[in-house]
Ligand binder design. Structure first.
Ligand code: G3I
Ligand code: 9MR
Ligand code: ZN
Length: 543
């Protein structure tokens, strides 16, 4: 493990650049070396010695932000040795960005992944057999969509959030999403990211009931062994309609209407009418709150005892897509009572906030939003971001997390997103720096000294909890792993990390699903953060 922790992909020329020197570093200076010429290009001071409670060690920091020339570098010192190499440049995240999106293709269900697209992870069509409505002998075709994570379950809540984040990334910087990423739709004149989202939405349509509600998931009753997807042939069970799946469906279908209007105009209309039918279903009180799995089902529950934030998000997206008063009044009344937050699967409020705030920015028409509601949202975002900036400033590694739980890397990414939202609202660079700090943490500046994305950086997870990777004996590239979980939610991390410090409760072991699994919405949130950080110049600012 490196004694110098830094972002193993690299730094944008304009961004703050810091490294962490771990343990008792005797040096007072560090050198940045141009790796191609092996010449010292910068000398910096090692300072700010402090105790890092999340990792139980003393650490120091070195700032090399003044170095802005494109190139490949590494840091070296006399007593801490050398760091991993890293790049400086404006486009250094572009290839990683492409991989974070490509994961979704690798998760496609219901079709064969051909070798020319999926290489050694190719497989025959999977989960095309009949799916039965829970507790009945009635069946339906709900083939398609994306396998959620390391398992083969398909969950509309997870899929909708993933698709939404990909659409937001595309809307921010369409120029970063080409039509040549080697998926079956490449070269059809539509950006591959939109085709990938459409693959998911095509499945979501199948998950909408005739009444407009959306089934909560389709999985087998149990998780399978470490097999390729086509080998899972147990009965597929469609679980009952839920409020959260229905509301998330309404939200993402409304977003898709806006994003697909130009490339697939008829499809865009189909999305919007499905979204409005879902809303009518919810208005009628339809669907259940899912607080636990149905009897006999042990796969992912995606339980959520609050659906107000999902309704909040849906109303904002439907208002943005239609301009209808009923959605506007629902959202503004809800926001006036409580500004919801979250970039997660359970807490989705910030997707609604972004939709509402973007209206004023995009429409340049103050009447389109209620200034007092926008102000309340802005104040809530800035207050949350201030908390993360303060946490990051007091953490030895710049992490905004005070607690590491299952999916903590997604939470770190979400903290970065909130800081970017505050930056868009205020232009205050402190928020931008804190957001970059969360990306640095994910990509290597962390107590594990690991770039938490498979196949990226110098030290990356090699053994993720991901069935196709386990079966193939190699990790699919470009997947974010869950990260440290001090709750020790699986038997491996409980055994191996029971005495570890919070940010070190991570193990690169395929059996550790609570620290080393992957998930589509962990990837898509990183896609979005990478785009928002890399595209400050042509951002939609909401201020
Ligand atoms: O939000 C609370 C926070 O307020 C609290 O401080 C913290 C510590 O107790 O817990 C937080 O809740 C966490 C929750 O995720 C929301 O992020 C729970 O601890 C944590 O156990 C829960 O983990 C979820 C896990 O399923 C178990 O439900 C992960 O987020 C979620 O990504 C994961 O999803 C699974 C699917 O069910 C099945 N497919 C794989 C997928 C990834 O592992
Ligand atoms: O592979 C499953 C993963 O997707 C889930 O997040 C996790 C918790 O629900 O469960 C994993 O499956 C394990 C099951 O829960 C217990 N037996 C071993 C399975 C593989 O680790
Ligand atoms: Zn499948």
């Amino acid at each position: 493990m490196y004694q110098i922790a830094l972002n193993q992909i690299g730094y944008l020329p304009c961004s703050k650049k810091t490294a962490v020197f771990r343990g008792e570093c005797a040096d007072t200076e560090f050198e940045v070396v141009d790796a191609s010429k092996n010449t010292v290009v910068f000398i910096g001071t090692i300072s700010d010695k402090r105790y890092s409670p999340s990792s139980g060690e003393n650490v120091c920091t070195g700032d090399f932000s003044a170095l802005a020339e494109n190139g490949t570098y590494y840091i070296r010192t006399k007593s801490c040795g050398a760091s991993a190499p890293f790049k400086i440049g404006n486009d250094i995240f572009n290839d990683l960005l492409g991989d974070t999106v490509r994961m979704m293709y690798m998760q496609r269900c219901g079709v064969a992944l051909e070798e020319k697209y999926a290489g050694k992870f190719s497989h025959k069509a999977c989960h095309t057999h009949k799916a039965y409505f829970y507790g009945t002998e009635e069946c339906a075709d709900v083939s398609g969509g994306w396998h959620d994570a390391g398992d083969y379950g398909r969950y509309p809540v997870a899929a909708a959030v993933t698709a939404a984040e990909l659409l937001l990334a595309y809307e921010t910087a369409p120029q970063l999403f080409p039509d040549d990423t080697n998926i079956p739709e490449s070269g059809n004149g539509v950006p591959d990211i939109l085709d990938e989202v459409k693959y998911c939405l095509d499945w979501l349509f199948k998950m909408q009931s005739p009444e407009g509600g959306v089934y909560h998931k389709v999985t087998c009753a149990n998780f399978p062994g470490y097999i390729m997807p086509e080998e899972e042939t147990d009965r597929l069970i469609i679980c009952p309609v839920s409020k959260t799946a229905t509301a998330d469906f309404a939200a993402v279908m409304a977003m898709a209407h806006d994003s697909f209007a130009e490339v697939y105009p008829d499809y865009a209309e189909k999305c919007l009418s499905a979204a409005e039918r879902a809303w009518v279903f919810l208005e009628g009180g339809g669907g259940a709150l899912i607080t636990k799995n149905p009897e006999g089902i042990v796969t992912g529950a995606y339980s959520d005892d609050c659906c107000e934030d999902e309704f909040y998000w849906a109303a904002a997206q439907l208002y943005k897509a239609t301009g209808k008063e009923k959605y506007r009044s629902y959202f503004e009344k809800a926001a006036a009572e409580k500004v919801f937050a979250g970039f997660g699967w359970r807490n989705v409020g910030h997707f609604g906030n972004i939709a509402y705030l973007s209206l004023k920015a995009e429409m340049k028409d103050p009447a389109v939003t209620d200034e007092s509601v926008s102000d309340m949202i802005s104040k809530a975002v800035i207050s949350e971001a201030n908390h993360y900036v303060s946490c990051a400033a007091s953490d030895g590694y710049g992490s905004a997390l005070k607690h590491y739980w299952w999916g903590s890397n997604m939470q770190a990414t979400a903290c970065g997103m909130v800081c970017m939202l505050a930056y868009k609202l205020t232009g205050d660079a402190a928020y931008y720096d804190a957001a970059v700090g969360q990306l640095d943490f994910l990509l290597g500046k962390n107590p594990m000294g690991i770039c938490y994305v498979t196949g990226w950086g110098t030290s990356a997870p090699r053994d993720p909890h991901h069935r196709p990777s386990i079966a193939a004996g190699e990790a699919v590239k470009g997947m974010v792993v869950g990260g440290a979980d001090q709750e020790l939610d699986d038997h491996i991390v409980k055994e191996k990390c029971k005495d570890a410090f919070p940010a070190m409760c991570y193990i690169d072991d395929c059996n550790s699903y609570s620290t080393n699994e992957v998930d589509t919405y962990w990837n898509s949130l990183l896609t979005l953060l990478l785009v928002w950080i890399s595209n400050t110049n042509n951002h939609l600012t909401y201020g």
